[in-house]
Design a protein around this ligand. Sequence first.
Ligand code: SF4
Length: 374
Amino acid sequence: MTMNTFKQPRAVQIGGSGRTRTLTIGGSAPVSIQTMWKAPLSADSLNTVAKTLTELEMLGCDIVRFAVPDHHSADLLVALAKMTDMPLVADIHFDHTLALRCLDGNIAKIRINPGNIGSTSNVRAVVEKAQDTNVAIRIGVNTGSLPADLRARVESVPADDPQHTTVRADALVEAAAREVAVFDSLGFKPVVVSMKASSVKETVFCNERFAQKYDIPLHLGVTEAGPLIAGVVKSTLAFSQLFSLGIGSTVRVSLSDTIENEVLAARAILSECGKRPGGVTIVSCPRCGRDGFDVHGFVSRWQKELLSLDKTITVAVMGCVVNGPGEGKHADIGITGAGDSILIFRHGKIVRKEIIGSDTAATDRAFREELQKL
Ligand code: SF4
């Protein structure tokens, strides 16, 4: 299979029009990072949520999705959208009137699962309103909510049958294709599609198959991917295979973990796959019996702040003076320690040495001063 087999995704614009900053998904735009808010909204939480959205944006997050299970949640999301520049997505199931409310309230994008939104007339009502308000829609299908006939087809193949994965992946593609046909018949083009399975194989299969037929931007994600380590491994495997084929315009790393870690994981995957050049890269050693510096403590104290910097630099955090400056030679700035001293180096050359004992505040102060010189 070659890259030429796959359609180039068309560009879909979200936000703008007095809503939030404008973001392009697909076309020649970089792959965008999405995450999903992990708790119900409440009136009391909106200020805190808005502040967190700003922090997520600084970490590289482009879009945040919110569950909208009822009209109260829809009203809160509309209120939140007025407090942030982050494009927000309303995630709607079952009740299309929630989508209509969010569309009236200038939400940047709607995600619906047409399979559970009811009759075609409900879908049509949402699409017509989205057309009027110039809002994009993501069609999200997943293996847990396939139409009955496709579910029966999948269930007819035993889970241990070698064909099971392919049949499930094909069912996801067919479910998405049916919904795309409805949107096409209504002349609605600003569509993004996601087909989410909980296995890497199925995720890769269904996205490959879809991209052979459609130029619709794909939102990638492995659903129910698990806790931090398992989730990152699955997402990395799936995204890297698809990226190598030129597939994927936006991603979410789903984790049973914090929203920040979802964004950091997506950012790291995109960076390693060459999909988000620039920004801060942190290289840090794992530590060993030679170490003389608390690498892990320093990285956990500094990670968010470093990754939020608007600079393209490499920062090395190394455990010992024996190998640290040498192994971190390519870094624009690095830090290591020996006994009661810390050493800060640039491109392998030591530029500062301070005796600080175990004073982490003094370590951070010295590092910050050198960082500001870059
Ligand atoms: S930099 Fe030093 S402490 Fe870190 S892994 Fe290498 S040898 Fe061990």
